[in-house]
Design a binder for this molecule. Structure first.
Ligand SMILES: [Fe+2]
Ligand SMILES: [Fe+2]
Length: 194
C-alpha cells in the first residue's frame, strides 16, 4: 500500500517537473505518445476534406434545380454549415497541438480525401454527396483507430465528427430513395444479402 502511494507521489513530481519544461508547447506534453508530425498531417488532411465538403455542398445548393430542389437545397446548406463546424473543430485541435491549420487553397484537393464533384441532375448531386460522405466515414474510422492508443482527445473529436458524417450519409441515402424509389442506396452488404 505504502509502496504504491510512494510511486504515485514520485509520478506527480515528475509530471510537475516535466510540465515546467517546454511550456511554450502548450497542451503538448512530453508524454504525447503519438507521432506528432504524422498526427498533424492527418488532421490537416481531415481539415482539407471538410473544406472541400463545405465548398461542394454550398455549390450544389446553388446547382439544385427542379420540383424537389427546395428541400434538397435546404439539406445541402445544412450539411455545408455542419462541415464548416467540423473544419473549425479540427483547426482548433491542430492549433492546440502546436501545428499550422492549413486553409490554403493551393493543394487543397490533394490534401482532401473527398473530391469536388458536380452533377447534371438532382439525383446525381445527391449521389456525389453520398459518395463523399462514405469516403469521410471510412477515413474517419481509420483515424479513430490511429488515435486510439496515443491521443484520446483527438480520438474523441474524430469520433464525434464521424457520428455526424454517418448521419449525413444516411440523410443523403434517404433523400436519394425519396427522389428515386427504384434506385436503392449504395449498400453492397444489403445487395449481397438479398
Ligand atoms: Fe464533416
Ligand atoms: Fe458530412
Amino acid at each position: 500500500m505504502k509502496k504504491s502511494t510512494q510511486t504515485f507521489v514520485t509520478d506527480i513530481e515528475a509530471i510537475r517537473r516535466r510540465a515546467r519544461e517546454h511550456i511554450r508547447r502548450g497542451a503538448v506534453t512530453p508524454d504525447y505518445q503519438g507521432d506528432l508530425d504524422l498526427s498533424l498531417k492527418l488532421l490537416n488532411e481531415a481539415l482539407a476534406t471538410e473544406i472541400v465538403c463545405v465548398l461542394r455542398y454550398t455549390g450544389h445548393a446553388f446547382l439544385a434545380e427542379g420540383i424537389h430542389a427546395e428541400s434538397v437545397r435546404t439539406e445541402f446548406k445544412k450539411h455545408a454549415a455542419e462541415e464548416q463546424v467540423h473544419a473549425l473543430r479540427l483547426a482548433a485541435r491542430i492549433k492546440q497541438l502546436g501545428g499550422y491549420a492549413n486553409f490554403h487553397p493551393e493543394g487543397l484537393l490533394t490534401r482532401s480525401h473527398a473530391e469536388f464533384t458536380e452533377g447534371e441532375t438532382l439525383v446525381a448531386l445527391i449521389e456525389e454527396n453520398l459518395i463523399a460522405e462514405r469516403i469521410a466515414v471510412e477515413s474517419y474510422r481509420e483515424l479513430v483507430r490511429y488515435f486510439e492508443k496515443t491521443d484520446p482527445t483527438s480520438r474523441r473529436l474524430i469520433e464525434s465528427i464521424l457520428q455526424q458524417e454517418e448521419e449525413h450519409a444516411e440523410e443523403m441515402a434517404s433523400l436519394l430513395l425519396t427522389l428515386n424509389p427504384e434506385q436503392r442506396p449504395v449498400n453492397p452488404d444489403r445487395e449481397s444479402a438479398a
